[in-house]
Design a protein around this ligand. Structure first.
Ligand code: SDX
Length: 433
């Protein structure tokens, strides 16, 4: 963290005339921050920012977003270049270690992750406790949270080696756990991971292979899956990442923290939006109905939102949505699929982007708008869309958690509040109420 030589922020209390100077700190890119850490001690006041629209919760070097310019960088590399030239484990190495791996490092990293993809055989018993129609995100919350019961030897967060092992285990085992959740829901046998397959190929194999016949992995589908994983890997201090950081700040083990992140991601305003987009498109059904739904989205009395549109940070466009749209067209063309939902999505996007309400509020398609259509084309059921998001985002969660734990002077997160409840009052005995 660098203190700015250029600026301080002066706060004057109009009632008392008391002035306090707060240092301004500059990062390497993006907005500077006002350091308010001494504000309460010196003024008895808190800052107030529910939803954290103007609050930096931490210092991080992992991901930079410029919402106005539609920029997303991971350790300085643009998401467009990473999606074009990297694979998911290469991006995982970049996020975890800070650099793209050379050939030797990549071979070792890929092997280290690959050799952690199997899960403890007894974990299978957890699945049997769920109803077959349980939402796979409910299964993910339960099974990932239970991992700390199986991997005690990597829960000491102050041991660097254990932190790394836990990181490998989480990144490696998420596709296995996710695919098992799907197989359980359709009553098919689980597939073990295969060490001869890439991360994306292994996930597809575990999801779709059946014992009755060989499963042929389409290179197009595998490449598209790998790209989707890259696009969802990390995204600064979003709701689920902040949940992981806050959970981890108390010293909770990484498996429990990632389970908390999965729970937060499930929300339809966050990672659950990709599933909600497809359900919304199915509900709209036909281009002729679009204007009725746009009207609902604008109606303040109607809780309906246009899923896949809007973003807390991107107020221009989500660079991931552009890559996803391109991938969407490539996959549908390669697989010779003609999905009317894509036509509907394109028509919805065009109409929404011309509507004053959306233009005025800068509500553009986000990463979830097209991902649902691509995932459907790749054969995933809608209920598995957010699960895939969780598989990809585990790399980001783990990297952010590791960065926080390794931060010198790391403290437990403990926000304050503006209290608006009853003032002090005497107890009233039961016979007098
Ligand atoms: C992800 O944070 C991240 O980085 C998240 C993510 C990641 O990678 O981790 O990028 C992944 O979560 C993407 C977002 C997926 N969610 C959706 O697609 C759900 C639909 N979008 C909305 O719920 C909403 O846009 C949010 C939650 C994404 C952002 O909400 P904000 O920033 O809190 O904005 P807001 O709710 O204050 O809305 C501002 C205005 C409001 O109108 P006014 O009160 O000003 O009149 O825009 C309106 C909102 O009503 N608005 C929408 C809308 N989104 C915002 N109106 C209709 N449809 C929408 N989708």
């Amino acid at each position: 963290m660098t203190k700015s030589n250029a600026a301080t922020f002066t706060l004057t209390n109009d009632a008392t005339g008391q002035a306090i100077k707060l240092p301004v700190m500059d990062g390497s890119m993006g907005p500077s921050v006002i350091d308010v850490r001494k504000l309460y001690a010196e003024t008895g006041h808190f800052t107030f920012d529910p939803g954290f629209t103007s609050t930096g919760s931490c210092e991080s070097g992992l991901t930079f977003i410029d919402g106005d310019e539609g920029i997303l960088l991971h350790r300085g590399y643009s998401i467009e270049e990473l999606a074009e030239h990297s694979d998911f484990l290469e991006v995982a190495h970049l996020l975890l270690y800070g650099e793209l791996p050379n050939k030797e490092q990549k071979t070792k990293f890929d092997r280290d992750v690959t050799y952690h993809t199997m899960v403890h055989e007894q974990l299978i018993n957890f699945y049997r406790g769920f109803r077959r129609d349980a939402h796979p995100m409910a299964v993910m919350c339960g099974v990932v949270g239970a991992l700390s019961a199986f991997y005690h030897d990597s829960t000491d967060i102050h041991d660097e080696r254990q932190r790394m092992i836990a990181s490998f285990r989480l990144v490696a085992k998420m596709p296995t756990i996710a695919a098992m959740a799907y197989k359980y829901s359709v009553g098919q046998p689980f597939n073990y991971p295969r060490n001869d397959l890439s991360y994306a190929e292994n996930f597809l194999h575990m999801m779709f292979a059946v014992p009755a016949e060989p499963y042929k992995i389409s290179p197009t589908v595998a490449r598209a899956m790998d790209r989707i994983l890259i696009l969802h890997a990390d995204h600064e201090q979003n709701a689920s990442t902040s949940t992981v950081r806050l959970s981890g700040s108390s010293g909770a083990n990484p498996f429990a923290c990632i389970a908390a992140g999965i729970a937060s991601l499930w929300g339809p305003a966050h990672g659950g939006a990709n599933e909600a987009v497809l359900n919304m498109l199915r509900e709209i059904g036909h281009k002729d109905n679009i204007n009725e739904f746009i009207k609902k989205a604008k109606d303040k009395d109607d809780p309906f939102r246009l899923m896949g549109f809007g973003h807390r940070v991107y107020k221009n466009y989500d660079p991931r949505a552009k890559v996803m749209q391109k991938s969407c067209h490539e996959v549908l063309a390669e697989l010779d699929l003609d999905d009317p939902l894509l036509d509907l999505a394109m028509a919805l996007e065009k109409i929404a982007l011309e509507d004053e309400y959306f233009v005025e509020r800068k509500l553009f398609p986000n990463v979830d708008f097209y991902s649902g259509i691509v995932l459907k084309a790749l054969g995933l059921p809608t209920s598995m869309f957010t699960v895939l998001f969780a598989v990809a985002r585990t790399v980001g969660w783990v990297a952010q958690w590791k960065e926080m734990i390794e931060e010198p002077g790391q403290k437990i997160g403990r926000p304050r509040q503006l209290y608006t409840g009853p003032q002090t009052r005497p107890f009233v005995p039961l016979d007098k109420r």
